[in-house]
Design a protein around this ligand. Structure first.
Ligand code: CAO
Length: 543
């Protein structure tokens, strides 16, 4: 075991570049060539890879630091015998690609517009690099230093800047092409005024064609920073807009390996840069969605779109009450888990209504108000007793049916804080006045938020009455693990054929939703038919 101090290698002449990402942490084991840091200069971002495999003991930098060649990056414990790291044995030039050459513009003697080929500049020794982005198109006007294309080698992505101001006549490469130093990128028509303004001295030092000198000498820079270079990161930001993504070469490579479209990844790095962590987070989210069946274009449940409603008009966002949130979660659970069937019928409650009204005075003396709801509770309880195949729940194992020998009925109550369902126990054993009193008390408790948990548990079945509100019908959602729910709508007087004539009758619309795993349509049919018959003639409750 030996400790090695890892230093920033030659950056191809670049100095004081930003550390934009540190993909490793102390304790990490890295392989040779794994990126230790990602740095970014005016024109290129590049990985600085580990020259040896080993375990990171410490990191001397943090994101945002500025570094130059020779600065300490980290200390690594390695099996390899320590070697001096600053030694220029070619390693730095191989591992960290220098910035692309910004070719000095040639002096232009004439003010006449001139078309000239744009050549791929010296790529710091890299060969056959990928064209990953084309930033301009024919007809675009560019300033000197504006990015024309972005290329990516093994270790760095870099902008290829325009050698001078002008108009792009043609682009000879496309995304995915491989280019090397000296290849023709396109044709640029130079603008006389701009070319005259370019300082000439640089032309003497830099050639329009690639040089063959040693890497550190290959990097030439204009004697004055170009407009684009002065803009610094602005170039990068423009690229982001053009390519919808801003990421280092290691991240791009990983994205390609994983088949991830980088523009879909939410960036969290400096200047909206996609980091490796962002990529990992994105993959984790996709896997999670996949496990829940939410796959693009598949049969699963697609994710709800995240819509900014304020784009359509003024909005006010308010938190949901706790009850509302619980109800929403339960509804969605029940809706997704229970295969619902809803069956409809109208109960002729003409006689029931006559009876109810005739009892109103007596009820008032008892301090209660008779509405259709207690009659419905009583009729449902009778139907559950008459059709025990409906008084069941599906066992959790999905292989057994739990048959109940009690009749507890839930009653949906609309409260200011949301929907609550208190449960009336042993409904089949209680008289009408007892049921009215209990239903009123529980409804009041629900509205006052005073219901105890126990008072909301144990129902076999639920009734949900919107009769006082209106509507001709609705399909209620089963309150699992109960087996069914009865939705009651507003009674309407309708002409009904009695065999001789049409007579006005009071019809109560009923909708019975049930869990088709636990009961069959025939069970539900019998249940609803019995219920309708009891409501049509409450004397049957005595039978
Ligand atoms: N058709 C016509 N009128 C009806 C009716 C019906 N089906 N059901 C009740 N009414 C009448 C009552 O007779 C009463 O009339 P009067 O004021 O003239 O006497 C009036 O409507 C008000 O009744 P109520 O609401 O005070 O009492 P209720 O017994 O009908 O209902 C309760 C009690 C707790 C069920 C009800 O208050 C409630 O909260 N309903 C909402 C349930 C709900 O939200 N369900 C949806 C769940 S799924 O999202």
């Amino acid at each position: 075991m030996a400790k090695q101090v890892i230093k920033v290698p030659d950056l191809g002449g670049a100095d004081q570049v930003d550390v934009i990402e540190i993909p490793v942490a102390p304790g990490d084991t890295v392989a040779q060539e794994d990126a230790l840091i990602v740095v970014e200069g005016d024109k290129a971002s590049m990985d600085v890879p580990a020259p040896v495999a080993g375990k990171i003991l410490s990191i001397s930098l943090k994101e945002g630091d500025k570094v130059s060649a020779g600065d300490v990056i980290a200390e690594i414990e390695t099996d390899v015998a320590a070697a001096p790291m600053e030694e220029p044995a070619g390693a730095p030039a191989q591992t960290a690609q220098p910035e692309p050459v910004v070719e000095a513009p040639a002096a232009v003697a004439s003010a006449e517009p001139k078309e000239a080929p744009i050549l791929i500049p010296d790529l710091g020794g890299a060969d056959a690099v990928d064209v990953i982005e084309i930033c301009v198109q024919p007809g675009d006007t560019v300033a000197e230093g504006d990015s024309l294309i972005v290329v990516e080698g093994d270790k760095a992505s870099m902008d290829v800047p325009s050698p001078s101001a002008g108009t792009v006549v043609s682009i000879a490469v496309k995304e995915g092409d491989k280019v090397s130093t000296g290849d023709t990128l396109g044709v640029l028509k130079t603008v006389p005024a701009a070319t005259e303004a370019v300082p000439a001295p640089a032309a003497a030092e830099a050639s329009a064609t690639p040089t063959q000198s040693a890497p550190e000498q290959q990097v030439s820079r204009p004697s004055e920073p170009s407009a684009a270079a002065q803009k610094g990161y602005q170039v990068g930001r423009d690229l982001t807009a053009a390519a919808q993504v801003y990421a280092g070469p290691a991240v791009r490579k990983l994205a390609r390996e994983l088949g991830v479209t980088l523009s879909r990844v939410k960036p969290s790095g400096p200047r909206n840069r996609v980091t490796k962590d962002d990529l990992h987070h994105y993959i984790r989210e996709q896997v999670k969605k996949g496990e829940h069946g939410a796959v693009d274009g598949g049969l699963g449940i697609a994710e709800m779109p995240d819509i900014d409603f304020s784009q359509f008009g003024p909005v006010h966002v308010a938190p949901m009450s706790k009850i509302h949130k619980i109800t929403a979660a339960n509804m969605s659970r029940n809706w997704l888990n229970v295969p619902h069937v809803t069956q409809f019928d109208d109960a002729d409650i003409t006689e029931l209504e006559d009876f109810r009204k005739s009892m109103q005075a007596e009820a008032e003396k008892r301090g209660v108000k008779l509405t259709p709801v207690p009659f419905l509770l009583k009729a449902v309880a009778a139907a559950l007793r008459a059709e025990p195949s409906f008084n069941v729940s599906l066992h959790k194992d999905g292989e057994q049916i739990v048959r109940k020998d009690y009749v507890h009925v839930g009653m949906a109550v609309d409260t200011p804080k949301g929907l609550m369902v208190p449960v009336i126990r042993d409904v089949d054993k209680k008289g009408l006045y007892e049921l009215v009193a209990e239903a009123s008390e529980l409804a009041m408790k629900a509205r006052d938020g005073k219901l105890k948990t126990k008072e909301m548990q144990g129902a076999c079945f639920t009734i949900s009455s919107l009769g006082a509100i209106g509507g001709t019908g609705f399909t209620p959602i089963v309150n699992a693990p109960e087996v069914g729910i009865l939705g009651i709508s507003k009674l309407a007087v309708k002409p009904v054929w009695n065999g001789e004539t049409f007579a006005p009758r009071k019809l109560l619309p009923l909708a019975l939703s049930y869990d088709h795993r636990a009961v069959n349509g025939s069970d539900a049919g019998r249940f609803l038919t019995y219920l309708v018959s009891v409501l049509a003639d409450v004397r049957r409750l005595l039978l």
